[in-house]
Design a protein around this ligand. Structure first.
Ligand code: GTB
Length: 218
């Protein structure tokens, strides 16, 4: 039995691979683990069957035999632990990769998320224009710090790990803003990751769900 990933039936990201199932799809593609998807409508997110899989009524969820998981970071970590290729075996290198997973979710993603959500929720408010520079500066600070670490490296710790996978999915949420372009090293880092065949396969399968729902040919 393949693991089952719950994803949006019609993703608001319009097939741009920005919803958080993308990082799980990408991890599964990196380790060549086939999977099935359960398409979930917005109303189904509220239903008891889905709440049993995710107490917060969100996607993605992941079922593998007896194991049912929610939280994209926990799912990617589980996949990386079950298969070789996304976490180094050496305990020191593994610790560093884990640190980058947490850095992506807990240090870099929050200011990016806040900026994105402010645009969606407060965009029409008269005070949004005053608040936006502060939100952008919080993102700029993190990007500058991350770019300083990355320097001339291809990946955060030499070889590609689940830490890079998580970080790139976080940075991709800046698509449509100029902030990533202000750090050419980070923009190149994202492009390098997007050029990985596993990323392309994950992106195509996420987009196919959207195209299918919209009645487009993929
Ligand atoms: N911390 C959780 C995790 O990492 O798994 C957060 C999961 C989460 O935010 N899920 C969102 C969700 O289910 C979808 S991914 N939302 C429905 C709800 O809360 O009712 C977030 C997302 C949505 C849309 C875009 N987009 O349009 O670009 C990007 C990201």
């Amino acid at each position: 039995m393949n693991p089952i990933l719950s994803v949006f039936e019609t993703s608001p990201d319009r097939g741009r691979g920005l919803a958080r199932d993308m990082r799980v799809r990408w991890a599964l593609e990196e380790v060549r683990q086939p999977y099935d998807v359960r398409l979930v409508s917005f109303s189904a997110l509220e239903e008891p069957a889905h709440r049993a899989r995710n107490p917060f009524g969100q996607i993605p969820t992941y079922e593998d035999g007896e194991l049912s998981l929610f939280e994209s970071g926990a799912i990617v970590l589980h996949i990386a632990e079950q298969h070789s290729g996304l976490l180094p075996v050496d305990v020191t290198a593994r610790g560093r990769a884990l640190a980058w997973i947490f850095a992506a979710i807990d240090t870099v993603e929050p200011p990016i998320f806040d900026l994105d959500i402010a645009g969606i929720v407060e965009g029409g408010k008269p005070w949004h224009a005053e608040r936006k520079p502060m939100l952008e500066d919080r993102v700029r600070t993190r990007l500058r710090e991350l770019a300083a670490w990355l320097g001339e490296r291809d990946w955060l710790e030499g070889e590609f790990t689940a830490g890079d996978l998580m970080m790139v999915t976080v940075l991709r949420r800046l698509q449509g803003s100029d902030l990533l372009g202000e750090q050419p090293g980070l923009a190149a880092y994202v492009a390098r990751a997007e050029a990985r065949p596993a990323f392309s396969r994950a992106f195509a399968s996420q987009k196919a769900v959207y195209d299918n729902a919209e009645g487009r040919s993929a």
